[in-house]
Write a protein that binds this ligand. Structure first.
Ligand SMILES: [Zn+2]
Length: 300
């Protein structure tokens, strides 16, 4: 099977760019959690083998609650990816985070409640550390890449992930601001959690497309006009994200340096490894296989 080093999860704008790369190939991948949102596209971009998954699938038909997050992460892991750069549209909860800017999120508040959010739901208890939910190394690399762009790139931000698909009420929007949220979105969870469980570095480039409803629009603006503006901001932010990822790939010279994300399970398996049944071991082998040779290393 084809291999890639970097995974990219995002919208169609990103996919379209990769699809134009010479030698790009679409792969038919299946996982124990069903098929990914879209067949991964493998391409050599800026000298790097990357695998792209369109989060909402062809034609943007999957709502955030229905995205097969586990299959997407598993598929990228299966393709040999060790780091994921994801992007996603968000609303801004801060005056200084303007539509069209980019934000390299460093924290998240997870409000989602109807999504499969772990690979370890049966036969084994695994508790990964998540105090830094986004890979600090990858964020640093993207920050460095951002310096080469003319657009504003915020180096930190707290992403509030809501279930959706409806947007927030104004009271909720004010509450999210009081919580310390900088952005509101619907997709980075459980994606970031699952990437950590799969021992993949994961960074998110958030694309603010508009201000969330805490900041009322000018009363004379028509709804249609606002929507057109949001779509325009999304296109602009996507173009900026493409430039940012392109620069980041150029900076990745040689193998990625060691990172804690890629040994996230080392101390996270709480079950007595001698008592984990064969079916569970076989099912989760790509994730836990390396830790099953002895009974050391975990709290059990
Ligand atoms: Zn990392």
């Amino acid at each position: 099977m084809k291999h890639a080093r970097i995974g990219i999860i995002g919208g169609t704008g990103l996919g379209d760019v990769l699809a134009k790369e010479a030698g790009c190939e679409t792969l038919d991948v299946t996982t124990p959690f069903g098929p990914p949102s879209s067949a991964p596209v493998i391409a050599n971009w800026e000298g790097m083998d990357v695998a792209f998954v369109s989060r909402h699938g062809p034609g943007h038909k999957l709502i955030p609650s229905r995205v097969p997050y586990r299959a997407n992460i598993w598929a990228l892991k299966q393709l040999g990816v060790s780091a994921i750069i994801a992007s996603g549209a968000t609303g801004s909860l801060r005056e200084d985070i303007e539509p069209g800017h980019l934000v390299l999120c460093d924290q998240v508040i997870d409000k989602t409640f109807r999504r499969e959010s772990t690979f370890f739901d049966e036969g084994i208890a695994v508790h990964v550390e998540l105090s830094e939910p986004f890979c600090p190394q990858l964020r640093e690399l993207l920050t460095e890449a951002g310096k080469r762009l003319s657009t504003t790139v915020h180096h930190a931000g707290t992403y509030v992930c809501m279930e959706g698909p409806q947007f927030s009420s104004r009271a909720e929007s004010h509450m999210h601001r009081q919580w310390g949220g900088d952005l509101i979105g619907m997709t980075c969870m459980p994606e970031a959690k699952l990437a950590r469980e799969a021992e993949l570095c994961y960074a998110l480039v958030a694309l603010p497309t508009d201000y969330d409803c805490w900041r009322p629009p000018a009363p004379d603006r028509a709804q249609e006009e606002l929507l057109r503006e949001i779509m325009g901001n999304l296109r602009q932010a996507t173009d900026n994200a493409i430039l940012l990822i392109r620069e980041a790939l150029r900076l990745m010279d040689g193998p990625l340096p060691p990172c804690r994300c890629r040994e996230a399970l080392k101390l996270a398996i709480w079950s007595d490894k001698r008592l984990i049944d064969a079916r569970t071991l076989e099912r989760l082998e790509p994730l836990i296989g390396a830790y099953m040779t002895d009974n050391n290393g975990g709290p059990a």
